[in-house]
Structures are given as C-alpha cells and as structure tokens.
Design a protein. Structure first.
Length: 443
C-alpha cells in the first residue's frame, strides 16, 4: 500500500520565512559589503604603499592584503620582473632604462568587489663603470661640444667642454689636441692670421671611470681669420667730443683702419683685446692731444698719417704695442711712446714748441725725426705751410701742423737792403750804378 506524506501548510510557511531571513541567495550582494569595499577602495592611496614618488620608485612597496573595513586586497603586476605581487622591487639595469609597471589592487568582501590601479615607474639602477663610460661616450657628440661653431669644418671660436674634466655618470673626461697652437687642451681656439691657411686638428676625448676607459676623436678645421675694415670719415666722426671717439673691439679678426678725418677736435680711442692686431692706413688730423689713444693689442701703422697740433700723436694704455713702418706721424712734444718701433719708410716727427729760433722755410728749428737717419725741415709748398721729410729715401710733405712757416724772400728794395745787415758791392756801368747784395741766410 503506497503511503503519502503531507506537509502542513503552516509549517512550510515557517520554513520559507526562516530561509529568507538567514540565508542569501547566490549572487546576492549585501549593502554593507558594497559600502565597505567602496570605502577601502577610496582609502587605498599611494602614500600607504610607498614614501617615494610613483614616477621614481627604487625601493620595495608595501602591498597590504586587507583593508581597514575588513576587505581583502589582492595584487597583480603587469611586469613581475620589476615589481612582484608582494611588493618586492627589482630595478632594471642601467642599460635597460626606467620601466613602467601597472599595479592593480582588487578589493573584495563577500561578493562585492572593486579595483584600483597605480602606474609606477621603476628607475634604472646606477650604471656599472663600463655602462657609465659607454653612456658618456654616446652622449659626447659634436653638438654637445660645438658651442657657437657651426660645423666641424668651420671652427672659429672656443669649444664647449668642461675645464674641470667632469663627465656624466661620474666619469672624467680629458682632452688632447694634435695642435695646441690652434686648439688648446681646454678647448680655446687660436685662429691663424689671414695670410696663413686653415688648420686641421684632431681633438680627442678620453673618458674614464674606475678601470674602464674609452676614447673619441673629432676631426676639426680651424678657419683662418678674416680681415675686418673700419673706415673713418668726417661724417662718421662729427667732431663732437663724444662722437669723435670710436672704440674698436674685435675678438677674432685683424682690423684695418682706413678713411680720412682732418678736422677732429678730440682724440680717437682705439681698443683691441690683448694679442689682437690693428693695421692703420687712415689719415687723421686732430686739434686735441693725443690724437689717438690705444688700449692693448698691437698697433701696426703701414700707411696713412696721424697729426696732432696740440700734443702727442699717439699714447698707449694697458699693454698696447706701437709699430710704425709706413706713413707719417706728427705731434707736439713727444709724438709717440718711447717704446714705439719706427722703421723706414715710416717716419715720426716731433715738434718742440719751446725751441728758440724762427721757424723759417728750410730750417729744422724744434724738429726731430725717427727712425735714426730720417730728416725733417720746415717748408712751404704751393702756399701751404708744413714739413718736408725724408725717411730711407722716401720723401713727403706734412701739412696741417698748425705752425706758420716764415718764408725767405729773394727780392729786396735798396732801402730795405740799406736798412738791413747786408753787405753791398757796387757795380759801375756807363749810365747806372747797381748793387750786388750778399744776404745772410739762416738755416
């Protein structure tokens, strides 16, 4: 006989109510779990993981497994070679370079979960000695040392190298030049003069750290100097004291001064850096003394003229050197510095305005000349007062000295002859009597 069992409907209702109260159906998320996960996800900040920047990690990380609200935290790494899931950090080698790693935290409680990611840069390790030398060698390029130079075959100014020999990554760099007259071992550049040729130089770097070393050579061409020309003129130098001064500062080139100014009322200041050369071929006359003041460098006068009617023609300051091998110089007192070198056909005429005696045509009163053997005397040519000179067979005339030359007359009346200290010898002819005068002539 088949038996049947019947469940009382009241008891069944009790069982259902009990299960609904004390058991969650699969997939059901309680509100409290979700809230705890959200709170711990929000609270999970980088400063809980490391005291270093996310972009500059070098040490191990603290990757907690639990949150403050009782959540569980698990970690994943996009590259466990550099950051393990337990927070251990392995820095890449110097050659590998810095590495980016993404850390992902999964926060769970019950069936509630959320994630938080951190993008981290693990810095490369310090280089080994070999790596440091190799990196310094790779970084040492023409662009890194060229300074203001445009190309290796067009070097005109100093090279940009460390005078202390300090290279990157703790290396030291020493330099050697195949021609220190043109490029020094510290990168200074000395260009050949314009009458020379361009010069090729091998400039070699030796990079060292510990026992490791490497070399790198640069083939450079140093370009000979250009010759710059500055032309003075009456319009350039107006005669105003301020405008009549010109400073010629030149770092690299010889300078040739040409042109003419004949009515200056102030001195002309010419400045050159030590070791540089100025070539004078201009004509300059000034009512000021000195006419020209030189600052440093070398002043070579190969032509032209310099005249001062009120003092010295040339003075020097600093270490300026004066060489006169052409043209003429005239000044009152001592015309040029004592140390000046004067060679023919150049000439320097100094005028002592206190000398006694008339400045008569043909006389040399108050005049002295350099170099030894050169001569100068007062003269009038074409109605112009001045000085005629001879230096090594080269003759010339200096005008604009500001000195009036007294002419010697060859005509004399009888009354003037009788009044003068002359010797008269009568010549008797049939109808007239003439007198021959002997006139004393002062030279």
């Amino acid at each position: 006989m088949k038996q049947r069992y019947y469940l009382h409907k009241g008891f069944f209702a009790f069982i259902v109510t009990f299960l609904m109260a004390f058991m969650a159906l699969p997939g059901t998320v309680f509100a409290d779990d979700q809230s705890d996960v959200a709170l711990d996800t929000f609270d999970l900040a980088w400063d809980q993981i490391s005291n270093e920047s996310e972009t500059a990690v070098t040490g191990n990380l603290t990757l907690s497994g639990t949150g403050t609200s009782g959540t569980s935290i698990s970690w994943q790494s996009s590259n466990t070679e550099f950051i393990e899931t337990n927070g251990t950090v392995h820095r890449p080698t110097f050659s590998q370079g810095d590495k980016s790693v993404t850390l992902t935290a999964t926060i769970t409680k019950g069936d509630a979960s959320d994630t938080r990611t951190f993008t981290v840069t693990v810095l490369k390790a310090d280089p080994t000695e070999a790596e440091a030398v190799a990196a310094a060698l790779a970084a040492l390029t023409w662009n890194s040392i060229k300074g203001s130079n445009s190309a290796q075959d067009n070097v005109t100014t100093y090279l940009n190298i460390s005078a202390l020999g300090m290279g990157p990554f703790g290396t030291t760099i020493t330099w050697s030049s195949s021609n220190t007259d043109v490029i020094s071992n510290i990168g200074s550049v000395f260009r050949p003069w314009s009458d020379a040729e361009n010069v090729s130089v091998i400039f070699t770097a030796t990079i060292t750290k510990g026992v490791e070393t490497a070399t790198k050579a640069f083939e450079l061409t140093v370009i000979k100097k250009d010759i710059s020309t500055i032309t003075i003129s009456d319009t350039m130098l107006t005669g105003d004291i301020r405008d009549a001064k010109v400073d010629v500062l030149n770092e690299d080139n010889q300078v040739i001064i040409t042109g003419s100014k004949t009515n200056a009322d102030s001195q002309l200041n010419l400045s050159m850096n030590p070791g540089k050369t100025m070539i004078w071929q201009a004509a300059y006359t000034s009512s000021a003394g000195p006419a020209i003041s030189l600052y440093d460098g070398t002043f070579n006068m190969t032509g032209g003229s310099i005249v001062s009617t009120a003092g010295a023609a040339i003075t020097t300051l600093g270490s300026a050197a004066v060489n006169i091998s052409g043209g003429y110089v005239f000044g009152v007192g001592t015309a040029v510095p004592v140390a000046a070198t004067v060679t023919s056909p150049g000439i320097v005429v100094s005028y002592d305005s206190t000398a006694t005696g008339a400045r008569k045509d043909g006389s040399s009163v108050g005049l002295s000349a350099l170099p030894t053997g050169a001569t100068a005397f007062w003269d009038i040519q074409g109605g112009v007062d001045g000085i005629s000179y001879n230096s090594g067979g080269t003759t010339g005339f200096i005008s604009g000295t500001g000195v009036d030359v007294i002419p010697i007359s060859t005509d004399a009346t009888l009354s003037s002859l009788l009044a003068g200290p002359y010797s008269l010898t009568p010549d008797f002819n049939k109808d007239t009597v003439s007198y021959r005068a002997t006139v004393p002539y002062e030279v």
